[in-house]
Design a protein around this ligand. Structure first.
Ligand code: GLY
Length: 561
C-alpha cells in the first residue's frame, strides 16, 4: 500500500521543481532594464548601470539626460517624484522634488483687478515658474541611495549638452507648439531655435550654457544651483523678466521624503505617489471602487461606463479636497478608506451617466512631462515622473544659465472653479500660498504581485492618473509591457463632463451605447501619453521592458555581466 503511494513524480513536476528552486535565482532579476521617453536617456541610464551604478544612480543619469534631450518634458528647472524601492531591505520611499511657490507668491497673483484669471500669466514667462526641485532631488538620490558620485552620473547629460544631439520630429512638434512663447524669451530662443525659427530635423542641438550649469552641479552639488553665483544670476534674470523669485526661495528649497500610498487590491500591492501628487489617492479610490464593483465580466460599453464613472468620482474628490498636505488639511484617511469608495461605487447607475455637476461643489496632453522606469540586476527599482509642466515649461530660459524654467504654478488653482491648462479645476486646498507645493497628477507606480513586479508611469497632465489606472489593471490582468504601453486609452476627469477616447480604442457601436447612457464621448484626433514599463517575472519570463509606441522613447534590458 505504502509502496503504491510512493508514486513516481511525473517528469514535469521535477522540471517545475528545478525551475522554481534550483537554477533560477528568483530573488534577483540578474538584468538591468531602463525604459524612458528618449533613446539617449535610456542609453545614459544603461551606461551608468554598466559602470557599476545601481538603479538610483541610473535614475540620476536618466533624469539629467532627459533634461537635455527632452527639454519639452522635464528639466533641471523643473520638479518631479521619484518612487524608489531598495532591494536590500525593501525600503520604499517617494522622493518629492516638486516645485514650491515663491515666498512672494500671493493667492490672487494670476488674477486681474476684476478677479478674472489673466490668460497665460501662469503659463508663459518667468512669473509662471515655481522654485525647481530637480537639482536637489538628484543630489539627494545620489548621496543617500546611489553607489556612484553625483558627478559621474551627471556625466552623460553633460556630454549631451556640450556635444549636442540631433533633434527629432517630436522636438520640432513641441517647439512648434510653443514657438511664440519661446521666441519671447531671448534665452529660450537662442537655446532652442535657430534665428528664431524651428531648427530642421536632424539639427545638432548644443546647449553649452546648460552644460556649464550641469558641470557646476557636478562640482558643487545642489548648493551650486541653490546658492552663490548661479542662484544670484537666476534670481536677477527672473526678476528682470517680471518674476518674483528671491535668493531665499532657492536657499530654502528642500526635498521631502514621503511615504508612498499603498493599496492592496485583489492580491496585489499597488505602490504609488503621495501628496502633493493626487495620483496615489485618486488611484486608491478607483481601485477600492473596483473592488466593490468588479468590471471584468461586463460587456465593453458597460465596463467603460463603470470605469469612467469611477474616474469621474475620484477626480471630483481630487478637485474638492486635494492640495499640499504640509499646508492644508486633507481628509486622507477618509479618501483612502474602503467605506468611502464603496459608497461612491454604490452611487453608480449601471445604465446611466451621472452628470458631473450632480457630484460635488467645485470643483477639479500627453507629450509634456516625462516618465522613466528602471530595474537593476539586484532588484532595486525606480519609477519617476518629472515635469516642467506645459511643453517647454514657461518657455523662459534664464539668460546665461541654460536653465529652462517650469510653469508649474499653473498646477495651482488660480481661482476656485477656473480650469488650468489641462481643464482641471480646484479649490482652496490647492490655492497658491508661499512655499506650498502645487497639486500634481504625476503617478509613478509599482504593481507588486507574488512573483511579478511591474514599474510604470506616464506623462499626460490630467490624464496621467486614468492612464496609470488602466496600466495597473492591465498589469494585474497579466499583460506584458509591450501590450500595457500599446493598449487604447479612455479618460474621464469629472470636468469637463465627457469621456475622452483614443482613436481606434472603442467600436462605433460601443460609443453609441455610451452615448445612449448619457455620456458625451469625444474621440480624440490623436493618441496620448508616453508610458514606460519595466516588468520582472521571477519564475519564467524574466525581465522585460517597453516604451510607448506613441513616443520616440526606448526600452532596453541588458543581462548583467
Ligand atoms: N505638471 C503636471 C503635473 O504635475 O501633474
Amino acid at each position: 500500500m505504502s509502496r503504491q503511494l510512493r508514486v513516481k513524480a511525473p517528469w514535469w513536476s521535477l522540471l517545475a521543481f528545478c525551475l522554481l528552486f534550483a537554477p533560477v535565482r528568483a530573488d534577483v532579476p540578474g538584468s538591468n532594464a531602463v525604459a524612458s521617453a528618449h533613446p539617449l536617456a535610456t542609453e545614459a541610464g544603461l551606461a551608468v548601470l554598466a559602470a557599476g551604478g545601481n538603479a538610483f544612480d541610473a535614475a540620476v543619469a536618466v533624469s539629467a539626460a532627459l533634461a537635455v534631450v527632452e527639454p519639452y518634458g522635464s528639466g533641471i528647472g523643473g520638479g518631479g517624484f521619484w518612487l524608489l524601492h531598495r532591494a536590500s531591505d525593501g525600503h520604499q520611499v517617494m522622493v518629492d522634488g516638486r516645485e514650491t511657490a515663491p515666498l512672494a507668491a500671493t493667492v490672487d497673483m494670476y488674477l486681474d483687478a476684476d478677479g478674472n484669471v489673466i490668460p497665460k500669466a501662469s503659463i508663459d514667462g518667468a512669473l509662471a515658474a515655481g522654485i525647481p526641485g530637480v537639482p536637489a532631488a538628484l543630489e539627494h538620490i545620489a548621496s543617500r541611495y546611489g553607489r556612484l558620485p553625483l558627478a559621474l552620473s551627471l556625466g552623460p547629460a553633460i556630454i549631451l549638452a556640450e556635444q549636442g544631439f540631433p533633434i527629432d520630429d517630436a522636438y520640432r512638434r513641441m517647439a512648434g507648439f510653443r514657438l511664440q512663447a519661446l521666441r519671447a524669451s531671448p534665452g529660450a530662443s537662442a537655446q532652442f531655435l535657430v534665428d528664431g525659427e524651428l531648427p530642421p530635423s536632424g539639427h545638432l542641438l548644443r546647449q553649452p550654457q546648460l552644460a556649464g550649469t550641469l558641470r557646476r552641479i557636478a562640482r558643487e552639488g545642489a548648493a551650486g544651483f541653490y546658492r552663490g553665483e548661479l542662484a544670484e544670476q537666476m534670481v536677477s534674470g527672473v526678476r528682470a523678466a517680471g518674476g518674483i523669485w528671491q535668493l531665499d526661495d532657492l536657499a530654502q528649497y528642500r526635498v521631502v521624503e514621503r511615504e508612498p500610498v499603498v493599496v492592496s487590491y485583489r492580491g496585489h500591492r499597488i505602490v504609488s505617489a503621495a501628496l502633493p501628487s493626487s495620483g496615489g489617492i485618486v488611484l486608491a479610490q478607483a481601485l477600492h471602487m473596483l473592488e466593490s464593483r468588479p468590471v471584468e465580466a461586463l460587456a465593453t460599453a458597460s465596463r467603460v461606463h463603470v470605469l469612467a464613472e469611477m474616474m469621474r468620482r475620484a477626480y471630483a474628490d481630487r478637485a474638492r479636497y486635494l492640495g499640499d498636505s504640509d499646508h492644508v488639511e486633507v481628509p486622507r484617511q477618509r479618501l483612502l478608506s474602503r467605506s468611502h469608495a464603496y459608497a461612491q461605487a454604490r452611487g453608480i447607475d449601471p445604465h446611466r451617466a451621472t452628470p458631473s455637476q450632480a457630484l460635488a461643489t467645485p470643483r477639479a496632453g500627453g507629450e509634456d512631462t516625462t516618465h522613466f522606469s528602471i530595474l537593476d540586476r539586484d532588484g532595486n527599482r525606480v519609477a519617476a515622473t518629472l515635469s516642467v509642466n506645459y511643453p517647454f515649461g514657461a518657455a523662459f530660459v534664464v539668460p546665461g544659465t541654460g536653465v529652462l524654467l517650469n510653469d508649474e504654478m499653473d498646477d495651482f488653482s488660480a481661482k476656485p472653479g477656473a480650469a488650468n491648462a489641462y481643464g482641471l479645476v480646484g479649490n482652496a486646498a490647492n490655492a497658491i500660498e508661499p512655499g506650498k507645493r502645487m497639486l500634481s497628477s504625476m503617478s509613478p507606480t509599482f504593481v507588486e504581485a507574488p512573483g511579478r513586479v511591474t514599474i510604470l508611469g506616464t506623462p499626460g497632465g490630467s490624464r496621467i492618473i486614468s492612464m496609470v489606472l488602466l496600466g495597473i489593471l492591465d498589469a494585474i490582468a497579466g499583460y506584458a509591457p509591450g501590450d500595457i504601453v500599446d493598449r487604447g486609452r479612455f479618460h474621464h476627469q469629472w470636468l469637463p463632463d465627457r469621456i475622452e477616447v483614443e482613436p481606434g480604442t472603442l467600436d462605433t457601436h460601443v460609443i453609441e451605447q455610451l452615448r445612449d447612457m448619457g455620456h458625451e464621448v469625444e474621440v480624440r484626433d490623436s493618441r496620448y501619453g508616453n508610458m514606460q514599463v519595466v516588468q520582472w517575472r521571477r519564475f519564467g519570463g524574466g525581465v522585460s521592458a517597453a516604451s510607448d509606441p506613441r513616443g520616440i522613447g526606448a526600452a532596453a534590458v541588458e543581462p548583467a555581466d
